[in-house]
Design a protein around this ligand. Structure first.
Ligand SMILES: C[S@@+](CC[C@H](N)C(=O)[O-])C[C@H]1O[C@@H](n2cnc3c(N)ncnc32)[C@H](O)[C@@H]1O
Length: 211
């Protein structure tokens, strides 16, 4: 019975205008979990983020792809730095707006992430020190990643970028999305991080990988 109701609510939310769709989504509390919790429920990624926040005094946090604001709310607990999160879809935008309304110092912007990044790069509020970017605005065939990275590289001097979901070539347990032709050619450097029994974090030497 519940699943039939879920199906009906999902269908209705998809065709409803954004605000109504978001209100219908609120009838299903489980949706607040997003894709299995903050950072898709990937605990090692969360550990790595915690370590970065402990080591680097980020002045701002920027997320692209808010969805249910699941990771946004966790980021709020991890740091006191102002957070800005960007969502293009009206249904998710209005859902997230209600959810973050009780939280401190989170700005939700509606729009296409590369354009929003370019505009906030010119705003001293969001460009005033080391920035942490969580790039998660991937959805079906639309992959704004290259344009997002270009906007960041051109706009900020000091930053860390965490890309969701990125392939870790020697870790088959690390799931990722494959956008095929949309990924575009390119190379990147990556390091593996792991924790020893005493809780110390170690990093491998950087290795270069190409698509
Ligand atoms: C994988 S979900 C984000 C999950 C969320 N960050 C979390 O951790 O719970 C991807 C979101 O990105 C949004 N999105 C896709 N393309 C976008 C774009 N170009 N600009 C802004 N948001 C975008 C989608 O509407 C969707 O809500």
């Amino acid at each position: 019975m519940t699943s039939i109701l879920d199906w009906v609510l999902e269908r209705a939310a998809r065709v409803a205008p954004g605000q109504l769709g978001a209100a219908l989504d609120e009838l299903r509390p489980g949706l607040a979990e997003g894709f299995g919790g903050p950072f898709n429920g990937q605990e090692r990624r969360l550990d790595a983020v915690r370590d970065m926040f402990a080591a680097i005094p980020f002045a701002v946090v920027v997320e692209t792809g808010t969805f249910r604001a699941t990771t946004t709310m966790l980021l709020r607990d991890l740091t006191a730095a102002p957070i800005v999160t960007v969502e293009v879809n009206p249904r998710y935008y209005y859902y997230a707006r209600r959810r973050i309304s009780q939280a401190q110092n989170i700005s939700l912007l509606r729009g296409n992430s590369p354009g929003v990044l370019r505009s906030i790069a010119a705003d001293a509020k969001w460009n005033c020190g080391p920035a942490f970017f969580y790039l998660d605005a991937h959805w079906r065939a639309d992959l704004p990643l290259v344009a997002e990275l270009t906007a960041i590289a051109q706009g900020w001097r000091s930053y860390v970028v965490l890309i969701d979901d990125f392939r870790v070539p020697d870790d088959p347990g690390y799931t990722y999305d494959d956008y095929g032709e949309y990924a575009g050619p390119g190379c990147y450097w990556a390091r593996r991080a792991w924790r020893d029994q005493d809780g110390n974090v170690h990093y491998s030497r950087p290795r270069r990988f190409c698509n």
